[in-house]
Design a protein around this ligand. Structure first.
Ligand SMILES: *[C@@H]1O[C@H](CO)[C@@H](O)[C@H](O)[C@H]1NC(C)=O
Ligand SMILES: *[C@@H]1O[C@H](CO)[C@@H](O)[C@H](O)[C@H]1NC(C)=O
Ligand SMILES: *[C@@H]1O[C@H](CO)[C@@H](O)[C@H](O)[C@H]1NC(C)=O
Length: 445
């Protein structure tokens, strides 16, 4: 998640979960994988008489809704994460795999953690995943909180990269473990013809002082291009996974999630290799959003997804939050193009009231937006449908953005403009053009 001192915003027609297995007979030629992100375990979470001491992650604010599954001012209690994995495990099929886009430790002051504490939380989450999914391969990516002090990931080997390479041995092969322990990134063949490429985008994250002056920290850009070139030569498709996304933050004006220069450079690499990249998957913002990468002529060439978090935490000053969430993607087994997203959630308020965690299907992306699939052209169609005519789709999109946290919160004018330009434009020039040229259309509403 974002640095609090950089942005003052820690920052949100449910069908029942049992609807899923009835359709778990996937259409022929289709398979699935899971995406979990931003678990943010807070080991200090405990119920007690004083709401200000329920969790260290509330930083003294009163967790007045605290229950067995958490509170909107706190990071995840272990019980919340366990309930998520238990619900997922019940729906899992043998050929599935999991992508896990980082951030296991809690949002707490720097002196409440240490390298050891961070490694222990990552180890706990790794072991807990292994217990619930002994048969599945998990492809992790490192997040900005998966380091101590947070965000400061160096461009060379260190205790955290080495610990991750040790912990993730059951899932990753020696070549992947070797680049992981050196620079926090790797690639590995997940299926014949499908390569997962896990980028360490924390090397490009604004608050990371350790890499501020480097032109290519850890040589990751060089490695990325070489890996994509090899994939093209071997006729593989690639799924990019990372914690901090490329593109613009949907809630901020003109702010990329990573450093401006790195964003432009990544966008240009992703455009050049868009025939190889079959999807991009991120976390970090805690919210549910999509982005379509357009080439210089405005053709849609790549689909990107930011998955909502398991942690429900919000900053005490912020109105937005998210219900805890996880999702599956459906893909074509022939060319690995993306068919759909099935988004699941836990109504945290209800779960605490009932002391029972009924994870449910929140929505199916193709159905919610009337799309035939999630290929780049379909995401462009979705993005254009969010433009004010006025847009009938935008309120649905925005409600999903917060995982149905609070449907009474609306987003119009500038708020909607930022959301929509962030969906449609990932590079600076075309994003800026979107904001200036479309502003009038949004303010007239
Ligand atoms: C992870 O930590 C929780 C407490 O926060 C503990 O109950 C659980 O046993 C730990 N699991 C593993 C596998 O270390
Ligand atoms: C980056 O460059 C600035 C000024 O050139 C220098 O003061 C700073 O120490 C450098 N930082 C690192 C991490 O090398
Ligand atoms: C979540 O549960 C609360 C309490 O039962 C209810 O008021 C709210 O409408 C529910 N939200 C969703 C999205 O189901």
């Amino acid at each position: 998640m974002l640095e609090l001192h950089t942005f003052v915003l820690l920052c949100c027609s449910a069908a029942p979960l049992w609807a899923a297995p009835t359709r778990s007979h996937l259409p022929p030629g289709t398979a699935r994988f899971w995406h979990i992100t931003d678990l943010h375990l807070d080991p200090s979470y405990h119920l007690g008489p004083d709401p200000t001491t329920v969790c260290l992650s509330s930083k003294g604010a009163a967790a007045s809704g605290a229950g067995v599954f958490g509170d909107f001012l706190c990071d995840s209690p272990f019980s919340l994460i366990r309930s998520a994995f238990t619900s997922m495990a019940a729906l899992t099929q043998p050929q599935d795999f999991i992508i896990w886009t980082g951030d296991s430790p809690p949002h707490v002051p720097v002196d409440k953690l240490s390298t050891d504490a961070v490694v222990q939380v990552i180890a706990n989450m790794t072991h807990t995943l292994r217990q619930h999914f002994p048969q599945l391969t998990v492809y992790p990516a490192l997040g900005n909180h998966d380091y101590w002090p947070q965000d400061q990931m160096p461009d060379s080997t260190n205790a955290v990269y080495e610990a991750a390479a040790e912990l993730w041995k059951p899932w990753l092969q020696p070549e992947a473990l070797s680049t992981l322990s050196r620079g926090g990134f790797y690639s590995q063949l997940a299926r014949p013809g499908l390569r997962i490429l896990s980028l360490n985008t924390i090397l490009y994250y604004g608050p990371n002082r350790a890499t501020r002056n480097a032109t290519d920290p850890a040589g990751q850009f060089k490695w990325l291009e070489a890996t994509l070139q090899d994939a093209a030569r071997n006729q593989e498709k690639v799924y990019i996974i990372a914690h901090v996304p490329v593109g613009f933050l949907p809630f901020a004006s003109g702010t990329t999630a990573m450093r401006a220069g790195a964003n432009e450079r990544l966008v240009s690499v992703f455009r050049r290799y868009s025939h190889v990249i079959a999807g991009q998957f991120y976390g970090h913002t805690h919210r549910d959003s999509v982005m379509v990468l357009l080439d210089r002529r405005g053709e849609a060439v790549s689909s990107a997804f930011v998955a909502p978090a398991v942690t429900p935490i919000r900053n005490v000053l912020e109105a937005y939050s998210n219900n805890p969430a996880f999702r599956t993607y459906w893909y074509h087994t022939g060319d690995y193009s993306l068919r759909d997203v099935w988004q699941y959630f836990l109504n945290l308020t209800e779960a605490n009231q009932k002391q029972r965690s009924d994870w449910r299907l929140e929505y199916v992306m193709s159905e919610a937006f009337g799309l035939t699939d999630l290929q780049p052209r379909s995401l462009l169609q979705l993005g254009l449908s969010l433009l004010p005519a006025p847009s009938r789709t935008f309120p649905t999109y925005f409600s999903h953005y917060m995982v149905d946290y609070d449907r009474s919160i609306t987003c119009e004018g500038e708020c909607q403009l930022r959301q929509v330009c962030a969906v449609l434009h990932m590079d600076r020039p075309s994003y800026s053009k979107c904001v200036s040229e479309r502003r009038a259309g949004f303010s007239q509403l």
